[in-house]
Design a protein around this ligand. Structure first.
Ligand SMILES: Cc1cc2nc3c(=O)[nH]c(=O)nc-3n(C[C@H](O)[C@H](O)[C@H](O)COP(=O)(O)O)c2cc1C
Length: 378
C-alpha cells in the first residue's frame, strides 16, 4: 500500500524493495507488442485491461506502461488500431488497484501543458501517489497529420518538450501564481491546485533513442527506457548500454534508473516456447502491419533491396516491436532477466501475446525464481 505521504524516493522505488522492477507494456493497444494474426492476440478491451491490472497488482507486478498511439498501422489486424487513451485508462486502473504504479503516455505537442498537468494531478490523487508520466516528443508523422498539428524538426521537438515539462513541473510545485515566457509557450497568471499527492510529484520517464532524446531524459527524468540496437538483440549489448547511459547521466550530475523492454514467451519446455514464438511472431505475423511500420521509417520494397527488405521485416517481427525476446523455460527466462539486472538495469516493461493467458505462468514460475535470486521480494 502506498504510504500516506508519497516521497519521490518511494515513488521511484514504486513502494517496494524489488531490485528488478517488472511492468506490463502496451496493454492499452490492440495487438500490444506483437503484430500477429493468432486469434488469441491481445484485444486491449477495457474488461481485459481491468482484469490484467488487478491480476498484476495481486502478483506484485510493479507498473503498467501504456503506449500513446492514436492511429493503427493497418494490416489484416489493424495493429494498434484500437487503443484506449492512456491518462483516462490510468485513472480507471489506479482506482481499481492498490499497489501498482500506472503510467500515462503523453505526446507533449498534442496536449496543452496546463490541461495535462491537471490530468496528471487528478490521476495521481486517484492512485494516491502511484501515477507516472511517460513523455513522448513525437515521431509518427501520420498521427500528427491526423490532428492537423505540424511536426517540428527533431531538435525543436525536444526544445518544445523541455518548455512543456518545465511548465508541468511549475504547475505541480508553485504555490503562487506564475507566468511563463518561452520560445514556444507564453502563459500568464497560472494557478494550479491541488498539487500532486503527498507533497512530491509523479515519476517521469522518457524513451528517446536519439542523442537529443537521451539527453532530454537524463536532464529531466527519473527513468530512461532504452530499446535500441544491441539492446534488442543481446543481453550483453543491453548491459553495456546501461553502463553508457549511467556514465552520461553522471556527466549531468544525475543518477537515472535505466529500464528496457522485452517480449516474454515462457513455457514448460524450450521447444514449446520456441514453437509458439515462431507460430505467433513469424508464421502468423501481420506482415502488412509490419510493412506499414517500416514505411513510416522510410523503408519500402521499392527503395530497399529484396534481401535487405526481407531481413528488416524479419527483424521487426522477431525483435523490433516487442524488444528482446525472452523465449524459453522459466529457468531460462529468469536467468536472462537476472543477467540484465546484474548489468545494472533497474527494470523491464514486458509484453505477452495475451497478457491474461500468459501472466499467470510467469507469476507462478518466473517471479519466485527471481525472488530466490534476490531480485524480487516474495
Ligand atoms: C519503452 C518505450 C515506450 C515508448 N512509448 C511511446 C509511445 O507510447 N508513443 C510514441 O509515439 N512513441 C513512444 N516511444 C518512442 C520514443 O518516445 C521516441 O520518440 C523514439 O524512441 C524516437 O526517439 P527520438 O525521439 O529520440 O528520436 C517509446 C519508446 C520506447 C522505447
Amino acid at each position: 500500500m502506498p504510504a500516506p505521504t508519497a516521497s519521490l524516493r518511494d515513488r521511484v522505488a514504486m513502494y517496494n524493495g524489488n531490485a528488478l522492477k517488472i511492468g506490463m507494456f502496451g496493454a492499452n493497444c490492440s495487438g500490444s507488442r506483437t503484430p500477429t494474426k493468432v486469434p488469441e492476440r491481445w484485444s486491449a478491451s477495457w474488461p481485459d485491461c481491468l482484469r490484467l491490472a488487478r491480476m498484476a497488482d495481486d502478483a506484485g507486478i510493479d507498473f503498467m506502461l501504456p503506449i500513446g498511439r492514436w492511429k493503427g498501422y493497418g494490416g489484416a489486424t489493424d495493429f494498434h488500431g484500437t487503443t484506449l487513451e492512456t491518462v483516462t485508462w490510468a485513472c480507471g486502473l489506479l482506482a481499481a488497484t492498490r499497489r501498482i504504479t500506472v503510467f500515462g503516455t503523453v505526446h507533449a505537442p498534442l496536449f496543452h501543458p496546463l490541461i495535462a498537468a491537471k490530468e496528471f494531478v487528478t490521476a495521481d490523487h486517484i492512485g494516491e501517489g502511484r501515477f507516472g508520466l511517460n513523455i513522448v516528443a513525437g515521431w509518427n508523422e501520420g498521427e500528427f497529420e491526423m490532428f492537423g498539428v505540424h511536426q517540428r524538426d527533431h531538435e525543436a521537438r525536444y526544445a518544445y518538450a523541455q518548455e512543456w515539462i518545465d511548465v508541468v513541473r511549475r504547475a505541480w510545485s508553485e504555490e503562487d501564481a506564475f507566468s511563463f515566457t518561452g520560445e514556444f509557450l507564453t502563459l500568464s497568471g497560472v494557478r494550479a491546485k491541488p498539487k500532486p499527492f503527498g507533497g512530491s510529484r509523479p515519476i517521469i520517464m522518457n524513451a528517446g533513442s536519439s542523442g537529443t532524446g537521451q539527453s532530454f531524459a537524463l536532464r529531466n527524468c527519473d527513468a530512461f527506457f532504452t530499446a535500441t540496437g544491441a539492446t534488442r538483440t543481446s543481453l550483453e549489448g543491453a548491459a553495456q548500454r546501461v553502463q553508457e547511459i549511467k556514465d552520461e547521466a553522471r556527466g549531468f550530475g544525475r543518477a537515472i534508473e535505466v529500464f528496457t523492454i522485452g517480449q516474454v514467451i515462457c513455457r514448460p519446455s524450450q521447444k514449446e516456447a520456441e514453437d509458439y514464438y515462431r507460430h505467433a511472431n513469424i508464421e502468423n505475423a501481420d506482415w502488412e502491419a509490419i510493412d506499414g511500420m517500416l514505411a513510416q521509417r522510410g523503408i519500402t520494397s521499392h527503395n530497399t533491396s529484396a534481401e535487405e527488405f526481407a531481413q528488416r521485416r524479419r527483424y521487426f517481427a522477431t525483435h523490433a516491436v516487442g524488444g528482446y525476446p525472452f523465449v524459453g523455460t522459466p529457468d531460462k527466462v529468469a536467468e536472462e532477466l537476472a543477467l540484465l539486472a546484474r548489468g545494472g538495469l533497474r527494470g523491464i516493461a514486458i509484453s505477452f501475446v495475451n497478457f491474461l493467458d500468459d501472466l499467470p505462468y510467469f507469476r507462478d514460475e518466473v517471479l519466485p525464481r527471481l525472488a530466490r535470486m534476490g531480485l524480487r521480494e516474495t
